[in-house]
Write a protein that binds this ligand. Structure first.
Ligand SMILES: NC(=O)c1ccc[n+]([C@@H]2O[C@H](COP(=O)([O-])OP(=O)(O)OC[C@H]3O[C@@H](n4cnc5c(N)ncnc54)[C@H](OP(=O)(O)O)[C@@H]3O)[C@@H](O)[C@H]2O)c1
Length: 159
């Protein structure tokens, strides 16, 4: 964690490009340390170095393919055990561009794994219970739990 005041750590999946990279930039500027997740380690490292130099925040990377169960479980464990985490941006994902009849079933399975299974597991089974239990805690980062997603998750997570 950085020496400056912090809002805790924001974990951003798919942080190496597009919408996720913008979230990373904006959250670092708003006082979050970052844990950036995506597959391409080199691209993640470059993004982390830039953001750290620009904002002075602590920026860590975790290369992971969230369609792979072992990588997903590794990230889940990190979310479960790292009590500095106060925000999760579930952004890694992709959309189908072909007609269903022209699509490869393996690609569709990957899409479901990333857009639905990974998002649901990261949110409901690991991070959310821990964030909600710490919501009224008086020590450590006490920001209200934050969750953002580029795809929809039902049932709603707010209460
Ligand atoms: N752009 C839009 O207009 C728009 C609108 C609505 C919703 N969305 C949704 O928002 C999300 C992000 O969109 P975007 O346009 O920013 O996409 P993008 O530029 O393609 O970025 C996708 C990010 O996800 C990472 N990623 C892809 N597959 C992954 C995997 N298996 N495991 C871990 N990380 C993975 C990519 O890095 P690596 O390749 O290094 O893994 C990259 O950092 C997508 O779910 C998209 O469907 C986009």
């Amino acid at each position: 964690m950085s020496a400056q005041n912090t809002n805790g750590t924001a974990v951003i999946t798919g942080a190496s490009s597009g919408i996720g990279a913008v979230y990373a930039d904006r959250l670092a500027q708003r006082g979050y340390d970052l844990l950036l997740v995506a597959r391409d380690q080199k691209r993640l490292s470059g993004r982390a170095a830039n953001l750290s130099a620009k904002t002075g925040r602590t920026v860590e990377i975790l290369p992971a393919d969230l369609t792979l169960r072992s990588d997903l479980l590794h990230l889940e464990e990190r979310l479960r055990s790292d009590h500095t985490v106060t925000a999760l941006v579930n952004n890694a994902g992709f959309g189908a561009t072909s007609q269903l009849t022209d699509s490869k079933i393996e690609e569709l399975e990957n899409m479901i794994q990333l857009n639905v299974t990974a998002l649901t597991r990261l949110t409901s089974s690991t991070l959310l219970p821990s964030l909600l239990s710490r919501r009224n805690c008086s020590t450590g980062p006490t920001a209200a739990p934050r969750h953002m997603s580029s795809t929809s998750l039902n049932p709603s997570i707010t209460r």
